[in-house]
Design a protein around this ligand. Structure first.
Ligand code: PHE
Ligand code: ZN
Length: 846
């Protein structure tokens, strides 16, 4: 049971731990309900730390015995740990505890998933394994012994000895406890090998459960590509003889970068043509890279405290986005990232959960693995690179690795290497780390005497986290496009530092069109009355060309919603030309056919002072799609046919792009042929991308019943495919039915709600179904609340994350607001509600 009054922890209160942990030896004797953990830790006093009691974290542990220098001691058990009198000199701490992995449904600490043992220690899970200073600035060398009747017994580092039922591991690299991992079970290794640039042979293994062997090859190749890329681009080499990845079915997050033993949600690593979509493949490649890259940005250099989480996450997300850009199409990756940022991070930053990239306080750190820390954290690094330039970025990062290898660091350390490399003062830039909220950047233009003046204005709305935001340093990438479509000024970086600032461009005999915020050079909301039709036709920056189309679409939809106007012909004409331009990458053309999400439109309406009505937004989007289908009408069969892939399946950028465009065409075609082409595609599909897209269109066309049943029969034994089956039916449901579809699926015998992937398949999809979730009846809110109440005692972390579905409540009408509020209050009134969920909902409702 949790504390009655949750504690708030502050960044400003940081103090060092009073001891160094010189070495740690752990011995596990595995048993589902009675696992014994013995620890032996050599502590030495830390002369740099303030005087303090000796305190070790511990939760859900049964203490069997404790010794100091071989003598039995009786520690005082406190809330969340123990204290004990200790000598003023170095000493050996020994302790034995018993834990119950089979009943650990929270999936934090040591737990069981389908008969295998595995661990998840980030952020504060190690304290559920043994008593320990469970904080990232305590780094130590670990030796681990595992006893248990399992063919595979794994931990971090290199193997020392291994026999049936017994294994010893040694990790020579000092690490914080959150990077500890242990895996035991009946697993099969898919093997690989990599030789580092200095000639170290590294054995690679991807461990899976029997039956999943056929889904490993892609992940293994992604791992090798990541290892090579980090050598080539960042000069970072792997540092052990072994690199293991394990796939587990029950996992709260995507994956975890434990030293030498990454543990993955099976959805984030297992891939095959028949069972995974192209987007799954791309995501898996990115997550494998992300976890691998953490070996340097996170593990070799870690965080001093959890407030510094963005130090490893922002940087590692930025690195994995660079990797994907290099492996695939940089323009497509950038557009995808911005869509995602607007969908998740902007919603967070513009609502009650807004917090700085580096928060200053928290109650439960698990609630801060957010889009702001990760994705905005990566955007901040991207801006830093834009401001200092590629060479200075490379030099600063090299200095960071040199200076801080083996240390637990802060954002100050990170910024210091940039200041030292460039001589720049980054104190204003640092506001990107310390202030919450999305800046609004507006631009006005004047043109006279062959001179164009751009006047920029930045404001950031105040939030609970940042009452009085100060101006940011904003790198604004600008280009100018002439009337004939030529580039008059190539991309130039304007550095904005004031609340209002003007920049002039002279010698322009004809007024050009300004292309502003190219490549989305800063995470801001831009207001610019631009010539979007011209930019859609001619912008030489591929991101801004796409953005011009997106802005036309958004403005047209907002007009349709608020004024009842017709779909904008300029938008439809521009898209028509672009989509049929075969010189452009099919993947890019597919993105051009996308529309802003309904949630994004709701936010835009709210910002403009309107109350969003989800059913009206939904109807407007339908009307717009209908208009696109009509406009592209006769071109659709050809567009569809030209993008069918006949070569053998590859999940690469080229084939994926063709399928993306073919399926974008299919979704419009389905409006004209009542699903005939979708049925043909369903019947002939030989890969999941084609099968799932066809199924989605059949459901949308109202003729999906047979295919939905056939799909279930075909895939009932594949957990990951069945997650798609659960999710798709909710996503594609009519807004009137979405709640009932979701409720019906919870009655399905395979709705294993304790499995986070399955829970998210239904409820994550419901929350994403804007018009369905926000149905005026409030039934969507009530259903989600029922299930959050049920899940909370089982898995607080996943429950708390799903609470973000309610974060946008203040946008809506007073009826919806009170419906949501009532559900939030009902959850908050649940006895013994977890600290995780309590914190999230209190922040949302405040
Ligand atoms: N550190 C993991 C990652 O970004 C995410 C994670 C956090 C996983 C907490 C599990 C628990 O790569
Ligand atoms: Zn990460």
């Amino acid at each position: 049971m949790r504390d009655a009054a949750p504690q708030t922890i502050y960044l400003k209160d940081y103090t060092a731990f009073g001891w160094h942990a010189q070495s740690v030896a752990l011995e596990f004797t595995l048993d589902p309900h009675k696992t014994r953990v013995r620890s032996r830790i050599a502590f030495t006093p830390n002369p740099d730390a303030p005087a303090q009691d000796f305190f070790l974290h511990g939760e859900a542990l049964a203490l069997i015995s404790a010794k100091i220098d071989g003598q039995d001691v009786t520690p005082t058990l406190t809330d969340g740990g123990l204290t004990c009198a200790v000598p003023a000199a170095p000493f050996i701490w020994e302790c034995e505890v018993e834990i119950d992995p089979a009943n650990n449904t929270a999936l934090e600490g040591l737990y069981m998933s389908n008969g295998m043992y595995c661990t998840q220690c980030e952020a504060e899970g190690f304290r559920k394994i043994t008593y320990y200073p469970d904080r990232p600035d305590v780094m130590s060398v670990f030796t681990v012994t595992i006893n248990g009747p399992h063919p595979v017994l794994l931990s971090n580092g290199n193997p020392v000895t291994a026999s049936e039922n017994h294994a010893e591991w040694h990790d020579p690299w000092p690490k914080p406890a959150y990077l500890f991992a242990l895996v035991a079970g009946d697993l099969i290794a898919h093997e690989g090998q990599f030789t580092t640039k200095s000639g170290r042979d590294v054995a690679l293994n991807l461990y899976v459960r029997p039956g999943d062997e056929g889904k490993c090859a892609f992940g293994m190749q992604a791992l090798k590509d990541s290892m090579k890329w980090d050598e080539d681009v960042y000069g970072r080499e792997y540092d052990l003889d072994l690199f293991n990845i394990v796939a587990v079915d029950d996992f709260n997050m995507g994956a975890m970068e434990n030293k030498g033993l990454n543990i993955f949600n099976s959805s984030a690593v297992l891939a095959s043509q028949a069972t995974s979509t192209d987007l799954n493949f791309e995501r898996i490649e990115a997550i494998i890279a992300h976890e691998y890259f953490h070996n340097w940005t996170g593990n070799r250099i870690t965080c001093r405290d959890w407030f510094q989480l963005c130090l490893k996450e922002g940087l590692t997300v930025f690195r994995d986005s660079q990797f994907t850009s290099d492996m695939r199409s940089a323009e497509v990756k950038r557009i995808g990232d911005v869509i995602d940022l607007r969908g998740r991070q902007f919603a967070e930053d513009q609502g009650p959960l807004a917090h700085p990239v580096r928060p200053e306080s928290f109650q439960e750190i698990n609630n801060f693995y957010t889009a702001t820390v990760y994705e905005k954290g990566a955007e901040v690094i991207r801006m830093l690179k834009t401001l200092v330039g590629d060479q200075a970025y490379a030099d600063a990062v090299a200095l960071y690795f040199d200076r801080h290898d083996g240390q637990a660091c802060t954002i100050e350390d990170w910024l210091q290497v940039f200041e030292d490399t460039t001589g720049r003062d980054l104190s204003q830039f640092k506001r990107w780390y310390s202030q919450a909220g999305t800046p609004r950047l507006s631009v006005s233009e004047t043109y006279a005497d062959e001179t164009l003046t751009l006047t920029f204005n930045q404001t950031t709305p105040p939030s609970a986290a940042t009452a009085d935001p100060q101006p940011y340093v904003i790198p604004v990438a600008v280009g100018l496009i002439g009337a004939d479509g030529d580039e008059v000024l190539p991309t130039t970086i304007l550095e904005m530092t004031q609340a209002e600032q003007s920049f002039t461009f002279s010698n322009l005999p004809i007024r050009p069109a300004a292309s502003i915020l190219r490549g989305f050079s800063a995470p801001v909301v831009l207001a610019h009355d631009a010539d979007n039709a011209h930019l859609l036709a001619h912008d030489t920056d591929s991101f801004n060309r796409w953005e011009a189309g997106r802005t036309l679409a958004r403005n047209a939809l907002l007009g349709m919603i608020t004024k009842g106007t017709r779909p904008d012909p300029a938008y439809l004409d521009g898209i028509y030309t672009l989509v049929n331009d075969t010189t452009l990458d099919p993947a890019y053309r597919a993105l051009m056919l996308g529309l802003p999400s309904q949630s994004e439109l709701a936010n835009a309406l709210h910002e403009a002072g309107h109350t969003p009505e989800p059913d009206i937004i939904h109807a407007a989007v339908e009307t717009m799609r209908e208009a696109l289908a009509k406009k592209l009408g006769d071109a659709l069969p050809e567009l569809y046919a030209a993008n069918q892939v006949s070569d053998s399946y590859q999940p690469d950028a080229t084939q994926s792009g063709a399928r993306a465009l073919g399926n974008a065409a299919l979704s419009l075609l389905t409006r004209r042929d009542a699903g005939a082409q979708a049925q043909a595609q369903y019947d002939s599909a030989d890969n999941m991308t084609q099968q799932l897209a066809a199924l989605a269109n059949l459901i949308r066309a109202g003729r999906g019943d047979t295919a939905v049943k056939a799909f279930e029969t075909q895939w009932k034994d594949d957990r990951l495919v069945m997650d798609k089956w659960f999710g798709l039916q909710v996503i594609e449901a009519d807004p009137e039915d979405a709640f009932e579809v979701a409720a019906g699926l919870t009655e399905h015998p395979d709705f294993n709600w304790k499995n986070p992937n399955r829970f998210r398949a239904v409820f994550g999809s419901l929350a994403l179904h804007h018009a369905g979730f926000h149905h005026a009846s409030g039934a969507g809110y009530a259903l989600l609340a029922d299930w959050l109440i049920k899940l909370d005692p089982v898995n607080p972390q996943t429950t708390a994350r799903m609470c973000s579905a309610f974060q946008t409540w203040k946008r809506y009408d007073t009826d919806r607001q009170s419906l949501i509020k009532a559900q939030v209050q009902r959850i908050l009134a649940t006895p013994n509600l977890s600290r995780d969920t309590t914190e999230m909902l209190s922040r949302i409702i405040s």
